[in-house]
Design a protein. Structure first.
Ligand code: ATP
Ligand code: MG
Length: 354
């Protein structure tokens, strides 16, 4: 199989973990006789420095032509004072929108040897295995904020959704639930928000197409609490953009580190962009300390969802599991004992297992 993969390292540790992803994919192509061709393009702060824009046209076009896209991370203090159109994050929002990536899948799974790195009790986190399905192209992130009024003292953000936008994300979530434990929790704030009321209606309508999936509605505040008091309760959570962002960072404590969480951003046809949930981590950038596992697990999601290489995806995930079973971990995981390693060594260990 010959596949074109675009690599967007971005900023900070994004550059380091993209290299890990590439090495892992090279190991997979050697082992299984695939040809992956890689093309690297600029995005985020790095693109601002080189091209004066966070999303250069050539990056956008290369992504449009690719079979899948891997992204490291964008942003950093160097660009924090930039005007809003020159923020690195604009590149990320821009590419998601331009590629039509509306479904963000964030699987959260507790790895046995890492559970002690979580501040939550072992009994609480031990059986947690959930998937957050976050809507990615609507809501507050894309509503144009009003001009400042009232001498700059008033401003309005808009949370807007169309029926089709809700239908397609809810459909994705039902599909995901139907091949997992068949339990779907739709998270909203329907006691306050009109958008949540429409969201609930649509979830109720879709239920008929998936009679074997159990559906429940939960208010976001209750869901936030339950996520840390009883995470094992959840199978698939589906929710709008901002709620999904907040809940998935919260859920990262289950795994002990942001450095363990992969994500997939998908279009209807299965095309996708894959990136770790964490950001560019400027505090440790360039030091070889970054945990590459979130990025490596993101490549497994890419193999599965965009390249339809389920076995290869399982091999990558099993390799990560084996390295953790052998008690290797990076410094972001607060674990006593075992072997503490850096980015390169961790990557090599995974490659060796493959
Ligand atoms: P963003 O605004 O881009 O979402 P953030 O403020 O959420 O970023 P991150 O950069 O994601 O912050 O991470 C917060 C901190 O967690 C980092 O500063 C770093 O110390 C740690 N961290 C995150 N990801 C990793 C990783 N892969 N390896 C090691 N440490 C990490
Ligand atoms: Mg963040």
């Amino acid at each position: 199989m010959n596949k074109k993969i675009v690599l967007l390292p971005g900023d900070g540790i994004g550059v380091e973990v993209i290299e890990s992803a590439k090495q892992v994919l090279e190991a997979i192509s050697d082992e299984f006789n695939h040809t992956f061709s890689f093309e690297t393009h600029a995005i985020g702060g790095a693109a601002i420095d080189e091209y004066g824009t966070p999303l250069p046209d050539e990056t956008d076009q290369a992504c449009q032509k690719a079979d899948a896209v891997l992204l490291g991370a964008v942003g950093g203090p160097k660009w924090d004072q930039n005007p809003s159109h020159l923020r690195p994050e604009k590149g990320l929002l821009g590419i998601r929108k331009s590629l039509g990536l509306f479904a963000n899948l964030r699987p959260i799974q507790g790895f046995e040897n890492l559970l002690h790195a979580s501040p939550l009790k072992h009994e609480v986190v031990k059986d947690s295995d959930l998937l957050i399905v976050r809507e990615l192209t609507g809501g507050l992130y894309f509503g144009t904020p009003s001009e400042r009024r009232n001498n700059g003292q008033s401003v309005v953000d808009t949370l807007a959704y169309d029926r089709e936008e809700i239908e397609r994300i809810v459909e994705k979530a039902f599909q995901a639930a139907s091949i997992r434990r068949k339990q779907l929790t739709s998270v909203d704030k329907a006691n306050v928000l009109e958008s949540s009321k429409l969201w609930r209606e649509i979830v109720e309508e879709k239920k008929a197409d998936y009679p074997d999936v159990q559906v429940e509605h939960m208010l976001v505040d209750a869901a936030a609490m339950k996520l840390i008091t009883n995470p094992a309760y959840f199978d698939v959570i589906v929710t709008e953009n901002m709620f999904g962002d907040i809940l998935s960072d919260e859920a990262s404590v289950l795994t002990g580190s942001l450095g363990m969480l992969p994500s997939a951003s998908l279009r209807e046809d299965g095309f996708g962009l894959y990136e770790p949930v964490h950001g560019s981590a400027p505090d440790i950038a360039g030091q070889g300390l970054a945990n590459p596992l979130a990025m490596i697990l993101s490549t497994a999601l890419m193999l599965r969802h965009s390249l339809h290489l389920e076995h290869e995806a399982n091999v990558v995930e099993a390799a990560v599991q084996e390295v953790l079973d052998n008690k290797y971990h990076t410094g972001d995981l607060n674990i006593r004992g075992g072997h503490k390693v850096g980015t390169e060594k961790m990557t090599q260990l995974v490659v060796d297992c493959i």
